[in-house]
Design a protein around this ligand. Structure first.
Ligand code: CAA
Ligand code: NAD
Length: 285
């Protein structure tokens, strides 16, 4: 398999812009696509801000930051993925939307291109089944905030070719991250452990056991977590947390993964955390 040299990122939201930035800083040319022009504009501003932060901390020279920004080509056209070696989708966590994009990519991309999903919990085997070339579909699960977090979970669908799993493992090392492989299962490893923790913290809020601030501070002081589970839910996006819990609940058909009713209400109210300005805390723009 030819080594991965060009990158496509679909979805320029919380994760997509971080993934685009990380590959661009490592020297890869990136095409970043989103249906929404405001999302592309926001992504460019977020990446510029994040690069600036690295420059101020002496982690990157100003020239390297400018070159990284230049390597990212933002577009609203999916056809721009035609010449990419690796396309990573980071769009909304819904099986129907992701499978529809995979089918479109089958028609656009080269037959030897790799299609990776940054899904948080959806079965890679189901996603691969949507492609006419299922062996080229693989999970590359990045963590938020992408420029900071070391791990990329590599998830092998039942159908994933060995060469494809190896190529994305190498690409993960090439961007300075640490790959760890998991077999396909709902939520893989990290989110199977992390999402129920956040969900249970939300149940503690709705039972009135303590304030959100105190629950977070207990987990920071008592379990040495860098941030509390409610602040983490706000960082991830409460809609994403709910989607993960629903995938675990329905996928394993096990009541222990039942989404917290308060989590469902927060999402219904549009209180999604940082990205909407309100979650378990307020985030003024
Ligand atoms: N770009 C570049 N650097 C960034 C950054 C960004 N967007 N955000 C933070 N940083 C850097 C800072 O520059 C800082 O660097 P130094 O330590 O070298 O100075 C470092 O990260 C820490 O940042 P801060 O000092 O501003 O803040 P902090 O110490 O409170 O750390 C945090 C912030 C890194 C988010 C930390 O609280 C943390 O690790 N929290 C847990 C995050 C976590 O668990 N993520 C996984 C979520 S689950 C997931 O992603 C999977 C899923 O499918 C839902
Ligand atoms: P987000 O809501 O911040 O961004 C999603 C972006 O995708 C939006 O800009 C939207 O306009 C765009 N989009 C939606 N449908 C599209 C389509 N058909 N074509 C092109 N663009 C489209 O979401 P996010 O938090 O970045 O999550 C994206 C994916 O990454 C999800 O699968 C999520 O589960 C996963 N993930 C999220 C986190 C996290 O902490 N937020 C961590 C790891 C993985």
């Amino acid at each position: 398999m030819t080594p991965i040299q060009t990158i496509g990122v679909i979805g320029a939201g919380t994760m997509g812009n971080g993934i685009a930035q990380t590959f661009a800083v490592a020297g890869f040319p990136v095409v970043m696509q989103d249906l929404s022009q405001p999302a592309l504009d926001r992504a460019r501003a977020t990446i510029a801000g994040s690069l600036d932060r690295l420059v101020k901390k002496d982690r990157l020279t100003a020239d390297a930051a400018a070159a990284a920004l230049d390597r990212i080509n933002a577009t609203s056209t999916l056809d721009a993925m035609a010449d990419r070696d690796l396309v990573i989708e980071a769009i909304v966590e819904r099986l129907d939307v992701k499978t529809s994009v995979i089918k479109q990519l089958d028609a656009i991309c080269r037959a030897d291109a790799i299609l990776a999903s940054n899904t948080s919990s959806i079965s890679l085997t189901q996603l691969a089944a949507a492609s006419a070339h299922p062996g080229r579909v693989v999970g590359m699960h990045f963590f938020n905030p992408v420029p900071v977090m070391q791990l990329v979970e590599i998830i092998r669908a039942l159908q994933t070719d060995d060469a494809v799993a190896m190529a994305v493992t190498e690409a993960t090392r090439a961007i300075g991250k640490t790959p760890r492989v998991s077999k396909d299962s709902y939520g893989f490893i990290v989110n199977r452990l992390l999402a129920p923790l956040i969900n249970e913290a939300i149940n503690c809020v709705s039972e009135g056991l303590a304030t959100p601030e105190d629950i977070d501070s207990m987990m920071k002081l008592g379990a040495n977590h860098p941030m509390g589970p409610l602040a983490l839910g706000d960082l991830i996006g409460l809609d994403v947390v709910l989607n993960i819990m629903e995938t675990l609940y329905h996928g394993f058909d096990d009541p222990k993964y039942r989404p917290s009713p308060l989590l469902k209400q927060m999402v219904a109210a549009g209180y999604l955390g940082r990205k909407s300005g309100k979650g378990f805390a307020d985030y003024p723009a």
